[in-house]
Write a protein of this length. Structure first.
Length: 147
């Protein structure tokens, strides 16, 4: 896909922090040695998730899991019958959406372990960073093979 000048392929996420929060974010990004966009992305991806314990918030998680279960059942039926109807792009989008949902739910459950007198599993402490590194390794290996 060719992008036009002034057009970006990726979407924009914006927010308006207070003056104090902006100053702290800029200092942390600067001292991290990363570009601000990379710093903010990593903070969002690797930070603990705090879920406010309102019934509506918990219900959203349950609803998302039930929807995922229904879609997975439908996909299983389609695959078994030989009528898998997703295009490659549709499959990729579904894969990314559900991987993001599963990663988020694992993070929420890990973050809530203290509610059940359990410790966060230490073997998953940096599992997302390891997954990202593995993806980079794969990309680099593919580039080496193509050269």
């Amino acid at each position: 896909m060719v992008t036009m000048p002034g057009k970006h392929k990726d979407t924009t996420i914006a927010f308006r922090p207070s003056a104090w929060a902006k100053a702290v974010i800029e200092q942390r990004a600067s001292l991290s040695g990363m570009y601000k966009k990379d710093f903010l992305t990593r903070c969002c991806l690797y930070a603990n998730i705090v879920v406010v314990g309102r019934k509506e918030n918990i219900q959203r998680i349950i609803d998302a899991l039930q929807e995922m279960q229904n879609v997975m059942k439908e996909l299983a039926i389609q695959i078994q019958s030989g009528g898998f109807s997703l295009s490659k792009g549709g499959y990729q989008e579904l894969r990314e959406d559900y991987l993001a949902l599963v990663v988020t739910i694992v993070d929420i459950v890990d973050g809530a372990a203290y509610l059940f007198d359990k410790e966060k599993p230490s073997n998953r402490k940096n599992w997302k960073a390891e997954l990202e590194l593995e993806q980079y390794r794969s990309i680099l290996e593919n580039k080496k093979e193509s050269n």
